[in-house]
Design a binder for this molecule. Structure first.
Ligand code: CA
Length: 403
């Protein structure tokens, strides 16, 4: 009893002396937001080198780098870029999208982009392209296309034009492997096709090879699958991030006018999206993603637990609404106060930033909306300085400092 009292007394005394250590972090931060770049054309993604230089993509133009002194070097893209990306296709949601920096950049100087390409003669595809960035940071060398066969919606159908539902995020996990998110191309059968890369999350090495353990043993849906596939049954994954405490991958997946989802991934897991018509159902161009794939006329579910056993249930969805979910990012560090370790999710349609705090078991604890000006957020990255960076459809890249 006396011992416990002493411990409590010492704790309270310490709090009194260092009030900030005990109480200041028990509140949410406010975000002090400033534009660091404006006037960009559809900035899609960004990534930092260890020294703070920032790579960014503009969807129809190319890949550039902003040096810490503010200098911009155009590296890889169309006219005016150091190296021509002659095969760049910019159409619909396709173009130059995700960018990532190799975790071993200091020794190999590799960076990666996700790009729609017309190099394949008959049908255009999305590619993951590896480039090497010299120390001068003014060009790129040694292009190597490490994935060439991510399906692209090449032609319009009854549901929309080319380039729709194109995925496009690239992120390295703490396991050292590159995760690639893809979309269903408004093609009904693609998310279930285990030898096609659309409607999937891929996990590959820096050479584009499959990672051992991608296709979990016993998952019938992935028997004989392309071994680069980590998970299947997705609609259009545009956000992926890894929980700081345990490295767990979470995705943000854009719903079809309903049910945006945040889902924790497991190797070989099924996301439960199956937009092809079930028996006795017809849908235009065999795609029911914007309507019903079922005889009873209910909307095609983003996670069909009745059809797929052991489906990955989302930790959160927004039910009957779609906020136009885009990117996601975990933030870490005491400066984030009660958001330390939370998942931030950017919403395009509703122009909001949502904050999902998690329980120790990875389930949702609480979801709130951050106070920021309305903005269609395309990319979210915590920079090496601990602050949050975002690109937006307003043509800006902004920084938010938590206070
Ligand atoms: Ca799902």
């Amino acid at each position: 009893m006396t011992k416990n009292f002493n411990i409590r007394f010492r704790f309270l005394a310490a709090c009194f002396v260092m009030a900030s250590a005990c109480f200041a972090n028990a509140q949410a931060p406010t975000l002090n937001q400033t534009n660091i770049m404006t006037g960009l054309e559809s900035p899609w993604d960004l990534a930092f080198l260890p020294d703070g230089a920032m790579l960014f993509t503009e969807k129809c133009k190319g890949l550039s780098i902003r040096l810490p002194d503010g200098t911009i070097n155009k590296l890889f893209g169309g006219e005016g870029y150091a190296v021509a990306a002659k095969d760049l296709v910019c159409e619909g949601q396709g173009g130059l999208q995700g960018v990532a920096v190799d975790p071993k950049f200091a020794s190999n100087r590799f960076i990666y982009v996700y790009m729609t390409s017309n190099l394949k003669k008959k049908v255009r595809t999305n590619r993951v392209i590896r480039l090497q960035l010299p120390t001068a940071l003014n060009t790129v060398n040694h292009r190597k296309d490490i994935v060439r066969d991510i399906p692209y919606k090449d032609k319009a159908n009854a549901h929309g034009g080319p380039g729709i539902n194109n995925g496009g995020r690239l992120r390295f996990g703490p396991d050292g492997f590159l995760y690639v998110t893809t979309g269903d191309n408004q093609n009904g059968s693609l998310p279930q096709k285990s030898r096609k890369l659309g409607g999937k999350v891929l996990r590959i090495t820096r050479d584009g090879s499959p990672v051992r353990g991608n296709t979990a043993r016993g998952n019938k849906a992935l028997r004989g699958a392309d071994r680069r596939i980590f998970t299947l049954g997705h609609r259009n994954v545009q956000g992926i991030a890894f929980r700081p405490t345990n490295g767990q991958a979470y995705i943000a997946e854009h719903g079809p006018g309903h049910t945006d989802e945040v889902t924790a991934l497991v190797a070989g897991g099924h996301g439960g999206w199956d937009p092809q018509p079930e028996s006795e159902v017809t849908c235009e161009d065999n795609y029911c993603g914007n309507g019903s794939n079922k005889k009873d006329g209910t909307l095609t579910p983003m996670t069909d637990a009745a059809k797929f056993k052991n489906v990955m249930q989302p930790i959160w969805n927004n039910g009957g609404e779609s906020d136009g979910m885009g990117p996601c990012e975990f933030v870490r560090g005491d400066q984030w106060k009660t958001w330390n370790g939370a998942l931030l999710v950017g919403m395009m349609a509703t122009q909001e930033l949502h904050v999902l705090t998690l329980n120790p078991d990875g389930s949702l604890k609480e979801k709130i909306k951050a106070t920021i000006p309305a903005d269609r957020i395309r990319s979210l990255v915590q920079g090496p300085d601990g602050n949050l960076y975002a690109s937006s459809d307003l043509g800006t890249i902004w920084k938010a400092v938590p206070q």
